[in-house]
Design a protein around this ligand. Structure first.
Ligand SMILES: [Ca+2]
Ligand SMILES: [Ca+2]
Ligand SMILES: [Ca+2]
Length: 250
């Protein structure tokens, strides 16, 4: 009897181990890594993501509802990254029933209307990070912050990345009487924009956050949606929860 149990025990442990391995393989990691591929052909900034490189790019989807705290239907958001020797490319594909751009003024408080946002933090050892906020009409707010505590946006939005953006709205901007489908953002950020942090090269790992503000005629409150898990404070600026992004040559 004891011998039988001794034989059964390793078998049982082996089975448990197999189940554990299977669940590890299928579970989504809490901080999934984005592999940012180098382009194989030029990216044409036209608000269309029909380039083969965009089609082959990994998709990351902001799905955490930061606000409101009551459950609501979260509109689809698909975010992609690519890079080449000159630029970091970012694309947003946003489902949005009621598209609303707050301003066409560079560095205005665009998040008073619909926006897509990218945060990039080059180093885990430094507090330095970048913010790019893009309205559906292609207007940009950009800022780099030496740290979260270094002062308000008024101080740091003076920086300009010289990013180029072409957007395409599927529907009508600032007209709540009709139903829209959404909008696409196609953006090229020159590598020179990141010179204060040494920019990036193949093999480097940064972290990123991809977020949205979505105002709409059907929303009781504007939706704040982010890739990151729920943060205890700082909202979109809680870079401790940003996901890894690795720059890969091929
Ligand atoms: Ca394109
Ligand atoms: Ca700026
Ligand atoms: Ca909207």
């Amino acid at each position: 009897m004891i011998l039988k149990k001794l034989i059964q025990l390793p078998l049982l442990l082996m089975c448990l181990n197999m189940v554990a391995c299977q669940s590890q393989q299928t579970a989504t990691p809490l901080f999934p890594t984005y592999t940012c591929l180098k382009t194989t052909a030029p990216i044409i900034l036209d608000g269309k993501l029909d380039e083969a490189d965009w089609q082959n790019a990994q998709i990351t989807e902001p799905k955490t509802l930061f606000s409101p705290k009551t459950p609501v239907d979260i509109p689809s958001t698909k975010v992609r990254f690519l890079w080449d020797d000159d630029n970091l490319y970012v694309a947003f594909e946003c489902q949005d029933l009621d598209v609303f751009s707050y301003s066409d003024q560079h560095d205005a408080q665009l998040w008073r209307g619909d926006v897509s946002e990218i945060f990039l933090k080059p180093s885990p050892d430094k507090n330095h990070y970048y913010e790019f906020v893009i309205a559906p009409n292609g207007t940009l707010y950009d800022a780099q912050y030496p740290s979260r505590g270094a002062g308000s946006m008024h101080r740091f939005k003076k920086w300009s990345s010289n990013a180029k953006i072409v957007s395409q709205i599927q529907g009508t901007d600032n007209n709540w009487h009709d139903d829209d489908q959404g909008y696409i953002i196609e953006m090229a950020i020159p590598k020179s924009a990141f010179k204060d942090s040494g920019s990036f090269k193949a093999g480097d790992q940064w972290t990123y956050g991809a977020c949205r503000y979505d105002y709409g005629k059907d929303h009781e409150k504007q939706l704040l949606i982010m890739t990151m898990p729920e943060a205890p404070h700082s909202g979109y600026h809680y870079y401790e929860n940003y996901f890894p992004i690795v720059f890969k040559e091929k």
